[in-house]
Ligand binder design. Structure first.
Ligand SMILES: [Zn+2]
Length: 322
């Protein structure tokens, strides 16, 4: 289908964006140089997954180098500030960045120090661009319940900086063991989102809703085969944080034409569009909507509805539309 001219950029809300997957390649190279980390290929080849990367396990290997160089407060602060600058250039007026602070302690940085560094970087970017920001912390499915509990406790200790809790990681691992972390967040009024229905099937989405109390679902592309689940998602206005390019690269969908965002939006579900991983997927929010315009004939109407859904589901306070 021929691309249709879309809305002019601006007033975009990005709900699903991993900081470590969105570091500028040039910044990764800079940090590697300063830290004495050797690069055995052009940095773009090391941090951007090819379109045929074949699935989530290989996709995640492209995060190894960014994670390796994001082990100091200065590096995290810079990455966060630059992400806000990149949002600004992308027409995003409110963005939520998420990261797993427990992965940044290789040189002794504590979770609190990591959270403070990212929060400071986001604030610096906010001050220079006017882009609103929110910060989410990620528990990881393949880690222990105790590790997830420590992330939730970090979030609550830094409640003035943290807008929400997430569960990410290997979807072959169930979410149930992480319930205590999410119960703690709920008791403190901290809203939660859960990656589910990306690599795993509809059961992982039921679990995210019923066991972990998620108000939003990260990806959720595999909900379409379960009519009862679709009815539940619709009746409870659960937000789907969909990321088309990422969903193709991780093989959650075989190709863009098969992506369910178009038919789910038409069916009245709360679809939103994000990048997931600006660098790993070499994308922007503009490119995600451009892809939907080209593939599904989306116009300003669909983008406006997705942005309204995202604004409504934000965990912090997006600025009012201009
Ligand atoms: Zn994600």
């Amino acid at each position: 289908m021929t691309a249709v001219t879309g809305p002019s950029p601006g007033n975009r809300v990005e709900l699903h964006c991993h900081l470590d997957a969105s570091v500028r390649p040039g910044t990764v190279a800079d940090l590697a140089g300063v830290q004495g980390v050797p690069l055995d290929a052009p940095v773009e080849h090391l941090v951007t997954a090819p379109s045929d990367c074949g699935g989530l396990p290989r996709f995640l290997t492209y995060l190894d180098l960014p994670l390796r160089v994001l082990q100091t407060p200065d590096a995290l602060r810079r990455a966060a500030r630059e992400l806000v600058e990149d949002w600004h250039a992308d027409g995003v007026t409110y963005g939520e960045a998420r990261f797993a602070p427990q992965l940044h302690g290789r040189f002794g940085m504590t979770q609190d120090e990591a959270v403070r560094a990212v929060a400071e970087g986001l604030a610096e970017g906010r001050d220079t661009t006017g882009v609103g920001t929110g910060l989410l912390l990620c528990c990881l499915r393949h880690q222990t319940p105790e590790e997830s509990l420590s992330v939730a406790e970090t979030a609550l200790r830094n409640r003035d900086q943290v807008a929400g809790l997430d569960l990410a990681g290997d979807e072959r691992c169930p979410g149930v063991p992480h319930r205590a972390a999410f119960d703690l967040a709920h008791a403190a009024g901290l809203p939660c989102t859960v990656h589910a229905g990306e690599a795993a099937g509809p059961r992982s989405i039921w679990e995210a809703l019923d066991v972990l109390g998620a108000r939003r679902i990260g990806h959720g592309v595999r909900c379409t085969t379960d009519q009862a689940l679709l009815a539940r998602l619709r009746s409870e206005d659960v937000t789907l944080e969909m990321c088309p390019t990422s969903n193709v690269r991780t093989a959650a969908v075989p190709h863009l034409r098969a992506h369910p965002a178009d038919r789910l939006l038409a069916a009245g579900l709360r679809v939103t569009i994000s990048t997931d991983a600006r660098t790993t997927c070499d994308t922007t929010v503009e490119r995600e909507f451009a892809a939907m315009r080209a593939e599904f004939g989306w116009t300003a109407d669909e983008e406006t509805r997705c942005q309204a859904n995202a604004t409504r589901a934000a965990f912090d306070s997006p600025p009012p539309p201009r």
